[in-house]
Every structure is written in C-alpha cells, then in structure tokens.
Design a protein around this ligand. Structure first.
Ligand SMILES: Cc1cc2nc3c(=O)[nH]c(=O)nc-3n(C[C@H](O)[C@H](O)[C@H](O)COP(=O)(O)OP(=O)(O)OC[C@H]3O[C@@H](n4cnc5c(N)ncnc54)[C@H](O)[C@@H]3O)c2cc1C
Length: 467
C-alpha cells in the first residue's frame, strides 16, 4: 500500500520546514522534506534576511531597552488585535532564542547594526551579512545534509491519507513533478509513522485563490513572492477539516520599486534607508503624507488605496544604511542627483513644494519631534541636506498572507468542527494564520517561522510511532 515510510514527513523547504526538520532530528532519525520546486528555499531563500528579536545582544550593546512585552504590544497594534495573543506571546518570548539558534548552531552571520523597521517601537531587527534569507537557508540545508535529512525536490504534495481514526497517516505526492505542469510526475504514497508537518508557505502568487479572498488583488497587482507560493496545500488541509482563519488578510509591500519586477533590490533600499532615514512624498504635490515608519498596512492605505504615486528621497548620509545601493543604481531602480532641483525635475515633482517639505522635515529632525506625522525622530536621524540625493519610485506589491491554518501553541492544526487538534498534523510558517493579525511587521515572519517551525518539529517528532 505504501511506497516508502518515514517517521516524519515535512512539506516545504523554507524557514519553517527546515527549522522543523532540524529540531525533529534530535528526537527521531527518519525524516524527509518534500519540495515541489526545482530549488529549495521557497520565499525564505529570496527574503531580505531581516530577523526581529526582543532583548537581543546587539540591543544590549546599543543600550536599547526592549522586551517580549513591547514586541507583543507592537504586533498587536499593527495586527489591530486580530492576532491570537497566545501565539503572539510565544513568537515574542522565543525571538531571542530563535535568533541565537541561527548564530550558535547554524553559524549565521549578521551585520553589527540593528535596523528600525516600521511599526516596531525600537530598533530590533538583525540583518544577515548577505542581506538575504539565503544567509540562513544555506546553513540550514548544509546541516540537513550532514544529519542525513533528505530534501526531495520536484515532489508535489497532493493529498493527505487518513487512518481509521481520521488521523493523518501519510501523503500522496507526485514525484518528478515539473512546476507548474499538472501532467508531469508519478504518484507515490508516503507513510508517516509519527506525523506530518505542513510548512508550504503562503499563497500570494495564487491569483485565483487570492482574488476569492480579496477581489482587489487582481492579476494586475504584482507580487514579491516566488511563483510556487500557491494555495493547494492549504486547500487540501481545509478538505480534511483544518480551520481556515483570516484568509482575506493579505499584505502588500509598500516599499517595492516601480522600475523592476518582484521584490528586487529596491525593496531593501526603501526599508533600510528610504523610509527610516528619508522621506516619502506624493509625486504630484511634493508633500509628505504619512509617518514613513508606520506599519505596512497604514503605508499601503496611504499610497495604493489613496491613488498616490509615492517617491522616497534620501541624502548621502541616510543612504549609508542602504546595503543594496550599488545594485539599485546599476539597475536604474534608484537614481542619484547632485541637487534637489535635478531630483524634482527628473521625477516631475513640483520643486518649490518639495523644497518646503524638506525644510519642514529638517526642522522636525532638529526639534526632535515630527508634529505633522509622528515619525519617531531617533538620535541617528539627520536633516536631508547632504548631496548627492537619491530617489526611488514606489508601487505596492502583494507580499504576505497573514491568514492560514489555525494552530494551537503546540503547532497542532485545529479541526474546524471540534476545535481539537487533527491527529498527527502540525503546521508552521506562512501557511498558518492568526499570528500577525491585520498586518505583519517587517522582520517578524522569519522569527515566527523559526519559532513555530522548531515547536512543530519537536512536538511532531515526539508523537508515538506507529508500527
Ligand atoms: C521577497 C521577500 C522578502 C521577504 N523578506 C523578509 C524579511 O527580510 N524578514 C521577514 O521576517 N520576512 C520576510 N519575508 C516573508 C518571509 O520570507 C516568509 O513569510 C517566509 O519565508 C515563509 O517561510 P515558510 O517556510 O512558511 O514558506 P516558504 O519559505 O515559502 O517555503 C514553503 C515551501 O513550500 C513549497 N510548497 C508549496 N506548496 C507545496 C506543495 N504542494 N508540495 C510541495 N512543496 C510545496 C514552496 O515551493 C516553498 O518552497 C519576505 C518575503 C518575500 C517574498
């Protein structure tokens, strides 16, 4: 009846799946990770590699006071309290432990400075040296190889197989599958003696499914995600009774460039330099219109949903924080100008209005308070006055699914009828819902995936083994 048998089957090779696999390996030996694409890593490997942690070593060195309570308060505020508080608490409380695990166990290298991303009360974001999630995924894959955990590519998860008690006993997959062709691959049945962990990510690239959830997110709106970020695993979990939660809460990224596809190199420029150290202006009026360090939902509402065409502007001092500057300039995503006059002219921004905007922003920086929009004026902010100046033209792109499967604090998937765990089924990462509520804060997804991936792996591996 079965083509192969393992203790644990993990679906998805991103942060959540690999964290689950590595943690599970401490408790059981026969683990397989299944991945439908030709390359491992999903959205995780193309991510910016920004990781939030509350109470970290870099914060201590910089004298920044932070706590899991403050991180939790930030998550609930951005999430408009649609988050499940017991799950939020776990992410915040274990954020440092997860970060430290990547450093101590995996050897991940981070830059020596923290970033202050929108919606976080204090700087708490670590940046990988590579400015990319590959800086974490690569060591995870190397560790999997060392520990004998196969990551089987081109293997599409199709169905769960349940036992006589409606517990998950295995999966039906299509091996040698070539994404996205449904006619490729051979069907196999794989048995999980202990459990299955679903870590198949979000569905931002699934235009049919995402427009069912939010009809505004049509094919005209680009996405930052890898093409395999689709909904079939989520739908299959719902078929066997998993509880879907907040599926219409889909986040757009406000920092992406109009002048390149996907996440590209411009998004990190805006996130690390343009928004924290520069200003956002409405191209047609030349005026600021929002606190640049707001969370993503507020920014997108102020841009896309208000029909504004936004440009981020930063000077030569602020640009020092932009790790992708060279690539941005080379690709024409960011433009450099010797004067504000040149910048205004090239971007077709009314010059006098822009000059007044900059004067008024600079006065706020000098004063230490932004009366107009409430941007936090931190010690390392300086007036925009040192040429050359840099600009990036922005457009919002579909980025993150806050909704997904309901899990409990043990990462067990909850049945929609009973609200009891579905036997031997765990989930972690972006396929789960309810942790980030209405809006996920930047750099909190990696923390969530690592924390709950490890919880899922540990608990799944401790299920009693079937004969
Ligand atoms: C461009 C970009 C930049 C980002 N930057 C950051 C950042 O800096 N910090 C941060 O906190 N968050 C960031 N995020 C969000 C974060 O990266 C993701 O939420 C996170 O990587 C999700 O991890 P995951 O393990 O849940 O899913 P993924 O990493 O997407 O992995 C899921 C895997 O499952 C596979 N899969 C799906 N369906 C099937 C199936 N049926 N069968 C087999 N395999 C399947 C997918 O192909 C994929 O490889 C970013 C996201 C993007 C897109």
């Amino acid at each position: 009846m079965w083509d192969a048998e393992y203790d644990l089957i993990i679906i998805g090779s991103g942060f959540a799946g690999l964290a689950a696999a590595l943690e599970a390996r401490k408790h059981c030996s026969s683990i397989i990770v299944l991945e439908k694409m030709r390359v491992p890593g999903g959205n995780s490997v193309i991510s910016g590699g920004l990781v939030a942690a509350a109470g970290s070593e870099l914060q201590r060195q910089a004298g920044i006071e932070d706590s899991p309570e403050l991180m939790m308060a930030d998550m609930l505020a951005a999430g408009m309290k649609l988050n499940q508080p017991e799950l939020v608490r776990i992410v915040a409380e274990r954020s440092v432990e997860a970060l430290q695990w990547t450093i101590d166990d995996l050897g991940v290298k981070y830059k020596p400075r923290l970033s202050h991303l929108g919606g976080h009360s204090v700087p708490r974001t670590y940046n990988t040296i590579e400015t990319s999630g590959s800086g974490i995924i690569r060591p995870m894959l190397t560790r999997c190889r060392k520990l004998g955990i196969p990551v089987q590519l081109k293997t599409l998860f199709k169905r769960f197989v349940l036992d006589e008690n409606d517990e998950v006993e295995g999966v039906m997959v299509s091996e040698n599958y070539i994404f996205p062709n449904p006619k490729t691959g051979e069907i196999r049945r794989l048995r999980a003696k202990k459990a299955v962990v679903l870590a198949a990510g979000g569905f931002a690239q699934d235009i049919t499914f995402r427009t069912i959830q939010n009809p505004n997110l049509t094919a005209d709106i680009e996405s930052t995600n890898q093409p395999g970020a689709t909904a079939e695993s989520l739908i299959e979990a719902i078929r066997i009774g998993a509880t879907p939660i907040q599926l219409s809460l889909i986040q757009l990224g406000p920092w992406a460039s109009r002048d390149e596809e996907g996440f590209g190199v411009g998004s990190m420029f805006s996130m690390l330099a343009g928004f924290p150290y520069g200003i956002l202006v409405d191209r047609s009026s030349g005026r600021r219109f929002v606190n640049e360090l707001s969370d993503r939902k507020l920014l997108v509402d102020a841009m896309l949903n208000s029909g504004r065409e936004a440009v981020a502007i930063v000077d030569s001092k602020g640009v020092q924080h932009a790790s992708t500057l060279e690539k941005c300039l080379k690709r024409g995503v960011v433009k450099q100008y010797e004067s504000i006059d040149e910048l205004a002219n090239d971007n077709r921004i009314p010059l006098e209005a822009l000059k007044n905007t900059i004067l008024s922003y600079n006065a706020s920086v000098e004063k230490g308070v932004d009366d107009e929009f409430g941007k936090p004026i931190t010690d390392d902010l300086s007036p925009i006055q040192f040429p050359p100046y840099f600009s990036i033209r922005l457009i919002s792109k579909v980025h993150h699914c806050m909704g997904g499967l309901r899990i409990n604090t043990k990462a067990q998937v909850m049945h929609v009828r009973t609200q009891q765990p579905i036997g031997r089924l765990y989930a972690a990462g972006e396929i789960t819902g309810g942790i980030h509520g209405a809006s996920r804060l930047g750099s909190n997804a990696i923390t969530d995936c690592l924390v709950f991936g490890r919880i899922a792996g540990r608990n799944a591996a401790q299920e009693p083994s079937r004969r």
